[in-house]
Design a protein around this ligand. Sequence first.
Ligand code: LLP
Length: 431
Amino acid sequence: MTFDTSACSRPHTFFHRQGVELWCENVPLSRIAQEVERTTYIYSRAQIETNFMAYQSALADVPHQVCYAMKANSTVGILQILAKLGAGVDTVSGGEIARALRAGFTPHKIVYSGVGKTRKEIAYALKQGIGCFNVESEPELERINEIAQSLGLRAPISIRCNPDVDPKTHPYISTGLKNNKFGIPIAHAETIYLRAANMPGIEIKGIDAHIGSQIIDTQPYLDSVTRLIDTMDRLKARGLVLSHIDIGGGLGIQYRPEDVPPTPQTLLQPIKALLKARGFGDIKLLVEPGRSIVGNAGVLMTQVQYIKYGDTRNFCIVEGGMNDLIRPALYSAWMDIVPVVERHDIEPLVMDVVGPVCESSDFLGRARELAVKANDWLAVLDAGAYGASMACHYNSRVLPMEILVDGDQVIPLRDPETYEHLIQGERFLDL
Ligand code: LLP
């Protein structure tokens, strides 16, 4: 089938326009709208699999493990798809590890990052037999060593290095600069590795860096990997040979036509070449992509409630708000918004697309030209990553529904929440 992607501006995605209708794989979104009657994330299974396989084939010629960064989308059904394809997973909390295990990931393919691992989380991860702790500070290393010894285990670790590289992305999602809280300054890494080598509860596995997110330039990765290789060289000279290098995640996606990120192939080719040229061609290469696996595989579909004409601005008020999709409010992120069914019977109007939440930052898009009426449905594109996983109940709003499309099948990934869910787990006072 050839898809006319002009109306949703994304080539090669499984969301496509046929006539006036926006489809996901073989299902028109308007059909789902009629069934769900609520704000809903819709995911394409084929797109998730295609995105994951792009990493697998880019790495097919070297020892590797693709560890999906599940913070991008941790819905169990989505995790199951990736676990079934043999993915590993990058986690950042005990809760994520538990979720990953429930979804079928094998423990040794779990890596565990994060600056604030608690004692409970470390003990839990050790007991589950995870593959690697990405250690973010010296006190954390000491804590892991102590807990592993008390459990009679050895903790597999890599040191997350902060390479002080500018990924040229939004400051809130840069993580590899020296003023960020993440990782250990790379200049200190060697000393800490040598200390770790003498800790009885520690088993050194690899080295790690993650420099940020929505990166659309290859150079920052090459700079970061060069610094990791320099460290590996120094460690090798001291007799410490590492078995893996984890270059983190962060590859961007195309939110706007001018964002042209490299493909996994174009990103990883020069990295593999660099490793080979520096004598590390056989080392296992780990990557931790999140957004580039699920981002363009999901849209948020929401219904227009009112069109409100103002003196200086017009508003398209939709059911979905910042609690459903926080990226525009939090990072001023641009996300394309298109009608689910295009209409040609009215003139388009420039409007702010806003939600019902009582905050002025509650918008999904500013100054968008749209031909829509109340009760029409809109789709926010490229919402598969950091959408549902960042949703919350603020304003006592039920969570958005989530649906997977697989060919012509429409599969709910959760129960639609009711008002009863909103107070689940809370205790009433005996007044
Ligand atoms: N590995 C680590 C250690 C990370 O902290 C992250 C993301 C990733 C991998 C995956 O990065 P990705 O491939 O998805 O770019 N909420 C923000 C993004 C926060 C990213 C946090 N860390 C957003 O909506 O843009």
